[in-house]
Design a protein around this ligand. Structure first.
Ligand code: NDP
Length: 288
């Protein structure tokens, strides 16, 4: 008789609020498809409970966990060390148990770059990014590390936009000497420069329930040689995605990025490469 084992390996997501986070719907089907008896728990962790929750992950022998709002920065003080991207960004969205040490990684931007690399190489490209929050920070740093050589940060609030541009032109440029980054204040219809290769919405514009919200940009400046990406996972067909498709652009929707970072998280935790199509199907069953 085969040896019996009723102990599952555990991973999960720490957030507050967290009940609407759909990550479990893509991770657990991937575990099943890999034949792994693992569980992904959606765990409501209030800010005052974060320290104890990280200790609990150690006590229960979690293989790792995702962090979402509001824990991505605060969690760092409770971890043993950081990976390169998380160190540069100052934010962690994926904690990995490596031989008993909890290591903070950031897979948001890596997931984005992986989905982009399916259609083009970011090296040498000119990129416009709308937004300067957590998603824009993760994407811009990874795009720079992947070799993009011009990154324009277009943001509504000047302070956040300048802070991100300074990070790119300072800490990130040390590792990517070719990088040029500039800030553009977003206070009207933005004119995308004609030599732009990749346009990315990294704001929350278009996120459910504001599904009709549009980015303020001159739509005539979008041309079919551009790649247009949107981080919004719900709904995946945002107004920007629809506009870009109508212009003949290559389009990357927010589910691709979500799946991309999930693939990397599973690889970090299990050492196995999951089936991205199973993960996307799990999310589509939730969102569409
Ligand atoms: P933040 O709150 O950190 O940043 C939000 C950004 O959006 C800021 O730059 C903000 O500008 C801008 N913004 C919001 N509303 C408007 C508006 N009406 N007009 C102009 N700018 C606006 O959020 P995150 O960066 O963490 O997340 C952004 C989005 O990315 C979320 O919708 C999230 O769901 C999505 N996301 C998707 C992921 C995926 O895997 N697909 C992964 C991570 C995030 P300002 O600075 O002026 O306030």
């Amino acid at each position: 008789m085969a040896e019996l084992n009723f102990k599952q390996e555990l991973v999960g997501c720490y957030g507050y609020p967290v009940a609407e986070n759909p990550t479990q719907a893509m991770i657990e089907p991937a575990f099943r498809a890999l034949g792994l008896d693992w569980r992904y728990l959606t765990l409501e962790v209030r800010p005052e409970g974060l320290k104890a929750a990280v200790e609990a992950a150690r006590v229960f022998g979690f293989q790792g966990f995702n962090c979402t709002i509001p824990h991505k920065v605060e969690v760092i003080q409770y971890l043993d060390r950081l990976g390169e991207s998380a160190e540069l960004m100052g934010a962690v969205n994926c904690v990995v148990n490596r031989e008993g040490k909890l290591v903070g990684e950031n897979t948001d931007g890596k997931g984005f770059v992986a989905s982009l690399e399916e259609i083009d190489d970011p090296a040498g490209k000119s990129v416009v990014i709308f937004g300067a929050g957590g998603a824009a920070r993760a994407i811009s740093v990874e795009m720079a590390l992947a070799g993009a050589n011009r990154i324009s940060i277009v943001n509504r609030s000047e302070d956040r936009g300048r802070e991100l541009t300074a990070l790119l032109n300072d800490k990130v440029k040390d590792r990517c000497p070719e990088l040029e980054s500039n800030f553009v204040l977003w206070n009207g219809n933005f004119q995308i420069p004609s030599d732009t290769d990749i346009v990315i919405n990294a704001t929350s514009i278009g996120l459910y329930p504001d599904v009709d919200a549009k980015l303020a940009l001159d739509s005539n400046a979008l041309t079919s040689n551009m790649i247009v990406a949107d981080v919004i996972p719900n709904p995946p067909k945002t107004q920007l995605v629809k506009l870009a498709a109508s212009k003949g652009c290559h389009v990357i929707d927010g589910l691709k990025m979500l799946v991309g970072q999930g693939v990397i998280g599973i690889e970090y935790w299990t050492g196995r490469i999951p089936d991205a199509s199973v993960m996307r199907a799990g999310l589509e069953a939730v969102f569409e």
